[in-house]
Write a protein that binds this ligand. Structure first.
Ligand SMILES: Nc1ncnc2c1ncn2[C@@H]1O[C@H](COP(=O)(O)OP(=O)(O)OP(=O)(O)O)[C@@H](O)[C@H]1O
Ligand SMILES: [Mg+2]
Length: 329
């Protein structure tokens, strides 16, 4: 991590997640009265400091979007807490939640489905201001122009309809709307994965520039570790609903501890990568022991029954693995 970025990360914790769990009850096929439990997020604790960019990585279905939606108040957790600057998101009044929500915004993966194609750019970007009411048309027009410039779009395009724009331009419009009310915290859920590879760098650079200019804090969800290395300050690795490793980005890339993180990194770094057998297992009634043990190439007998806790192995570097527990015991 570059020194200037390190300095920009402040001590203040903006978001604190404590023992967060999200279960979804689902019907068991035709026996609709019998319910299975999908353990989408399990006992996750995380702190996000102002000015940082925490990358959330892990395979499809491991719970990244569910965790992100719970952080922002869109899914009520089954257990645990989410605090925004010491305010409990699920305990505050509706009026306070609305204020907090203006400070937390989401950018979705797919700008084609997240923006209404019948609207003009001006309609889309001005929507958050209209909801706020008591603001004049002139002020709204000024804000729209300011935001279009900020995200690198031409002010002349403001009356054109969304269907006239490319994927990259649509994502810029979605970003403009997300930053309209000056949020402090932005969740980017796979913001480039639906876009052509040739424009990934432009959108990522835009997000980096906006972070500096507007002093934003990011939770950045991605499958792509090369992207994560460039944009994030910290990395949280998720597996089957749990965070199995967390630390500063350089520490995770240079000194991965968990066998799952090692496998993910070896797929992008090594000529002879560690291949994990099979797919991520179903989160319905997950095993009591280590959730990774069915695919772990370093598994020992106790992994079937002992559930490893996330422990601080080195300063600010956490991992949850029975082998590490043994090493540090
Ligand atoms: N509303 C729901 N009802 C039941 N199960 C759900 C619901 N939402 C998510 N799930 C399940 O929870 C698990 C986590 O899903 P989630 O979308 O959070 O994963 P993800 O890591 O974001 O995946 P991807 O990388 O594909 O976006 C999955 O098994 C998913 O099927
Ligand atoms: Mg997702």
């Amino acid at each position: 991590m570059a020194d200037d970025i390190k300095k920009a990360i402040e001590e203040e914790i903006l978001i604190e997640v404590e023992n967060l769990s999200v279960d979804f009850p689902i019907s068991r096929g035709l026996a609709w009265w019998k319910k299975d439990i999908v353990s989408a997020v399990s006992n996750v604790s995380l702190k996000i400091a102002r000015g940082s960019c925490v990358a959330l990585v892990g395979e499809s279905g491991c719970g990244k979007t569910t965790l992100a939606n719970t952080l922002i108040g869109l899914i009520t957790p089954t257990g645990g807490k989410v605090r925004y600057k010491d305010q409990d998101l699920y305990e505050v009044s509706n009026a306070d939640y609305k204020k907090i929500r203006n400070n937390m915004q989401l950018i979705f993966q797919d700008p084609y489905s997240s923006l209404n194609p019948r609207f003009t750019i001006k309609d889309i970007i001005s929507e958050p201001f209209r909801i706020r009411k008591n603001i004049s048309e002139l002020e709204i027009a000024n804000h729209v122009e300011r935001l279009l410039k900020l995200v690198g779009l031409s002010v002349r395009d403001k009356d054109r309809h969304i269907f006239n724009f490319s994927g990259g331009q649509r994502q810029r419009i979605a970003i403009a709307r997300a930053i309209a009310l000056n949020p402090e915290f932005l969740i980017c859920d796979e913001p480039v994965s639906a876009l052509d590879v040739s424009i990934h760098a432009q959108i990522l650079n835009l997000l980096l520039d906006l972070q500096k200019e507007l002093n934003l804090t990011y939770l950045f969800i991605s499958h792509n570790l090369a992207v994560v290395r460039n944009i994030s300050t910290h990395v949280a690795v998720m597996y089957l609903g749990e965070i199995v490793e967390y630390g500063e980005v350089d520490e995770i890339f240079n000194n991965p501890i968990h066998p799952y993180t090692k496998a993910l990194l070896s797929a992008v770094k090594d000529d002879d990568p560690i291949i994990l057998e099979g797919d991520i297992p179903s989160p319905i009634n997950p095993p009591d022991g280590c959730r990774f043990c069915s695919r772990c190439y370093l598994k020992v007998d106790e992994c079937d029954k002992d559930h490893p806790e996330l422990l601080e192995i080195e300063t600010d570097h956490f991992a949850a693995c029975n082998l590490i527990k043994k090493r540090t015991a």
